[in-house]
Design a protein around this ligand. Structure first.
Ligand code: NAD
Length: 514
């Protein structure tokens, strides 16, 4: 078992410093005003101090991005695409450096950290293609000699607020699309992941210099909620795209709405998979274990509820428990080759997990496997946990909440109607899946009377979405869509144009006047 060893914080700081320098962040600003820190969940230690922004300096960043907007807006979209193409090349070149920072700062295992950077590269490619495809429609006019069409224009400054658990990918979903759409961007990353943000910003600035884009096309501001609020309340931020907890979305939405701004929210999930009696159970186990325990259960799309038909629930519970037993020895240092489950981001996640397990047991739940803290003796400020599976007698209050930690609740159903009711009976609506070989069942789950989520899968887990599709969810998840498909429309404004190329001036709807 390798789990006894963790690197020390100084070693992690050195690794972070090297990766930052490789990405072009030569020197971290010494904190003079608002002192912040960069931490690592690998040991729970402080890597180094980092200067954070204030509301005033965040305002200055918006001023700069706002001033850069007209020139960027007027740059042809395919030329804007050249900036994102260069960024994609630099990300490819620095994939290992960025992944290193994601591992040190967010605690992701190596392959997931590399996967997150790959996702950014994929988004760049998508956005470059998009830069030649910001299509408007033409519609037949009801009037002779007239043409009716719509055109899409850049919005202005886009404020991007991101969560700790996808410290770079979510930035790229927003920023690459916003940039080809002609917007400028001010990014406030999670206060828990300032280093990855500085590295991404440095690479984008290099791409801007090399392609002749205005420097202030992108600004990064570091800090916590107060710095985020400066973007939320700034009327020059035309679109506020915020990713994080539902509590954050509830605070942000009314403030942006009060100034008639636009917002795009990507909030918490409480994702479930329905396992029908006809399901391929090996597929269920493989799909569920990665979705529930991967990223230590800290994905918005993490599988949190497995709703299993009563005929197969014993077998599924047994197989999942056996698979989880193999995971327990692979909790540890996220940089180690054999590790599958890295640390939780911090104490808050651990406390939430412990409390949820206690409440679930008080509700009659039975912990089938996992739930214990690990490696406390190696690093008392780091929070490693064994992913847990809990058999529940029903969907109690704790099951209806998103606990951002690796707990998988197993529930039982008899009819598909009952399964869908349980499935939809939570406040969140992000990702969902059905495992079945019955086509009718699959189609019913995909239909309007089935899952109420923004992502609905068949025979595949709830996590690990591809960037080509629109990403997001309903209800408490916030309703926003980012990344693929036509999500770009959220970053532009639509103008409807009527052009009269005839000599007459007929009025619409047959109205006569003078
Ligand atoms: P969080 O809500 O604590 O913080 C997210 C970001 O919002 C941070 O940058 C934070 O500083 C900022 N923030 C918090 N309150 C704010 C306020 N009132 N005004 C302005 N900014 C504010 O979330 P977290 O712990 O970093 O991330 C985990 C949560 O994010 C989970 O709920 C997860 O499901 C969700 N998430 C959702 C998606 C998605 O696409 N739907 C993706 C990733 C994470």
């Amino acid at each position: 078992m390798h789990t006894s060893a963790l690197p020390d914080t100084e070693h992690l700081a050195e690794r972070a410093r090297r990766a930052l320098a490789a990405c072009g962040v030569e020197r971290l600003r010494e904190p003079v005003g608002a002192a912040g820190t960069a931490r690592t969940p690998v040991t729970g230690g402080i890597l180094f101090p980092v200067e954070f922004d204030t509301a005033a300096s965040a305002g200055r960043a918006v001023t700069a991005a706002h001033a850069a907007f007209p020139a960027w807006r007027d740059t042809p979209a395919p030329v804007r695409g050249a900036l994102v193409r260069r960024l994609g090349e630099l990300l490819r070149e620095h994939k290992a450096d960025l992944a290193e920072l994601v591992t040190v700062e967010a605690g992701k295992i190596r392959s997931e950290a590399l996967g997150e950077v790959q996702e950014m590269i994929d988004v760049c490619e998508f956005a470059v293609g998009l830069s030649r495809q910001l299509y408007g429609r033409t519609m037949p006019s009801e009037r002779p000699g007239h043409r009716l069409m719509e055109t899409w224009h850049p919005l202005g400054v886009v404020g991007v607020i991101t969560a700790f658990n996808f410290p770079v990918a979510v930035w790229s979903w927003n920023t690459c699309i916003a940039l080809v759409c002609g917007d400028t961007v001010v990014w406030k990353p999670s206060e828990l992941t300032p280093l990855t943000a500085l590295a991404c910003h440095a690479l984008l600035m290099r791409a801007a210099r090399e392609t002749g884009a205005p420097e202030d096309v992108h600004r990064v501001v570091l800090g916590d909620r107060a710095v985020g609020e400066a973007l939320v309340d700034d009327a020059r931020v035309a679109l506020l795209s915020a990713t994080g907890s539902t509590a954050m979305g509830r605070a942000v939405a009314p403030r942006v709405a009060a100034r008639m701004g636009r917002y795009l929210l990507e909030l918490g999930g409480n994702n479930a998979a329905v396992v029908a009696p006809s399901a391929d159970l090996d597929l269920v186990v493989r799909g569920s274990v990665f979705a529930a325990a991967g990223t230590a259960g800290q994905r918005c799309t993490s599988l949190r509820r497995l709703i299993v038909h009563e005929d197969v629930v014993e077998e599924v519970a047994e197989k999942i428990t056996a698979a989880y037993r193999q995971l327990q020895d692979r909790v540890g240092d996220p940089s180690a080759e054999e590790t599958l489950v890295g640390p939780l981001i911090g104490e808050r996640g651990y406390t939430a997990m412990r409390d949820a397990l206690e409440r679930a047991q008080a509700d009659g739940g039975r912990v089938l496997v996992g739930g214990e803290r690990r490696l406390e003796e190696a690093a008392k400020d780091a929070y490693y946990v064994e992913p847990a599976v809990v058999r529940m007698p029903g969907q109690t209050e704790v099951v209806r909440e998103e606990t951002f930690a690796p707990i998988l609740y197993v529930l039982t159903y008899r009819t598909l109607e009952e399964a869908v009711e349980l499935h939809n009976g939570v406040p969140q609506g992000l990702s969902s899946a059905v495992f079945t070989r019955d086509q009718q069942e699959a189609e019913r789950f995909l239909s309007s009377a089935g899952s109420d989520c923004g992502i609905v899968n068949v025979n595949i887990g709830t996590s690990g979405a591809e960037i080509g599709g629109a990403f997001g969810g309903e209800k408490d998840t916030g309703g926003g869509r980012e990344s693929g498909s036509d999500s770009w429309k959220a970053y532009m404004r639509r103008a409807t144009n009527t052009v009269n190329f005839g000599g007459e001036l007929p009025l619409a709807q047959g109205v006569r006047f003078l």
